[in-house]
Ligand binder design. Structure first.
Ligand code: ADP
Ligand code: MG
Length: 359
């Protein structure tokens, strides 16, 4: 089984329901074989975006191109897109074999070819020998794998998955994330996936598109979106962050010198090209050092330890600076003697780990 690695271009996509804009000017492009995750809270427009790509919903504006050609005027069954949507469940009264054969019968394939393709698709999701079962005779994870096999059995140009693991428990979900990602890469199929789970987005994607209120907040590779959030929403939604408000700032050669309303001074990374001011500085908890070595860093101050939590291999501290700023800090538990509540220590961070962002 080999995918055709089509490019996907979503251009200025827009959807209005009852005069409410639920998807506003969303654009992104995928190279053949890439996986993009739409990440956002409930109601942010993820499913509506997917339904417009799949053809279940007509866009109010914008275009969707596969391999360069617009598909918005094509009916669902002519779009050549495999979907794993929650409301697109397996046929309960049909065997696994018949569920997988269905899209192939629709396309008029011969019996022998159908049997051959169903067998290969089941092998890809490691369900050889389950062809005769009914969906209810399978576990949740197995049903999800059948749904995936059904979505790829006709070798579509595009795969769409809307919260494919939403119904599974955490452990199974983590296994499936890796399994689906491997299969997607092995097939080389261009894929758009939806989740509200930030870890899932970070683990699975070539690109993450963060949506809020129908607006694309940021688009980029996982590490970039995590390390360089452009605004407060993205910084808060993807990972944990410490936010420092900016009362004043001045560009200096060594960085952006900022002061918070409480009077904490810190050197931050320069503003992005085109940005004129920052509302906040964001520092990830793992980028704050604690202990005497922090004296070496361009930004450091004294802080009191207010809370210590062991989280397996991590130690989480909540600290308060002399100016009254509260920070959360993550350190490896193996990094030595932990600090205790009531202790005072130096804390510090690098200029490049302190990013100016919009509100
Ligand atoms: P998500 O998948 O991110 O949770 P949706 O795309 O399902 O978000 O919904 C986005 C917004 O559009 C929500 O406010 C939802 O209520 C609204 N919406 C979705 N489908 C319809 C519809 N058929 N009619 C009216 N409003 C809708
Ligand atoms: Mg949804």
């Amino acid at each position: 089984m080999q995918a055709q690695a089509a490019t996907l271009d979503v251009e200025h996509l827009m959807k209005v329901f009852d005069r409410q804009v639920v998807v506003r000017d969303v654009s992104f492009s995928l190279q053949g074989g890439e996986l993009l995750t739409l990440l956002g809270p409930s109601g942010s427009g993820k499913t509506t975006t997917m339904r417009m790509i799949a053809g279940f919903e007509e866009p109010t504006g914008g275009d969707v191109r596969v391999a360069g050609e617009s598909i918005v005027d094509l009916p669902v069954h002519k779009r050549d897109i495999g979907v794993v949507f929650q409301q697109y469940a397996l046929f309960p009264h049909l065997s696994v074999f018949r569920n997988l054969a269905y899209p192939l019968e629709m396309r008029g394939l011969r019996k022998a070819e159908i049997a051959n393709r169903v067998e290969r698709a089941l092998a890809m999701v490691r369900l050889e020998g389950f062809a005769g079962r009914l969906p209810k005779e399978l576990s949740g994870g197995q049903q999800q794998r059948v749904a995936l096999a059904r979505a790829i059995v006709f070798e579509p140009r595009l795969l769409l998955m809307d919260e494919p693991m939403g119904a599974l428990d955490k452990r199974l979900r983590e296994l499936m994330q890796i399994e689906i990602r491997q299969l997607q890469q092995q097939l080389g199929i261009t894929t758009v996936s939806v989740t509200h789970d930030q870890i899932e987005a970070l683990v699975m994607s070539d690109l993450i598109a963060v949506l809020d209120g129908g607006v694309l907040q940021q688009l980029g590779p996982p590490l970039e979106v995590y390390q360089k959030p452009v605004n407060r929403f993205v910084a808060d939604f993807l990972g944990e962050s410490n936010l420092i408000d900016v009362a004043a700032c001045q560009p200096r050669t060594e960085g952006l010198l900022c002061r918070s309303s409480r009077g904490l001074e810190t050197l931050a990374a320069p503003l992005r090209p085109g940005e004129e001011a920052a509302s906040w500085l964001v520092v990830r908890p793992e980028n704050i050092q604690i202990g005497d070595a922090a004296a070496e860093l361009p930004n450091h101050c004294r802080a009191g330890i207010r809370e210590v939590l062991y989280v397996g291999d991590l130690l989480k501290y909540r600290v308060e600076t002399e100016t009254g700023e509260q920070f959360s800090i993550k350190a490896l538990a193996s990094a030595g003697q932990p600090w205790r509540v009531g202790d005072t220590s130096l804390i510090g961070w690098r200029t490049e780990h302190c990013l100016p962002i919009r509100s």
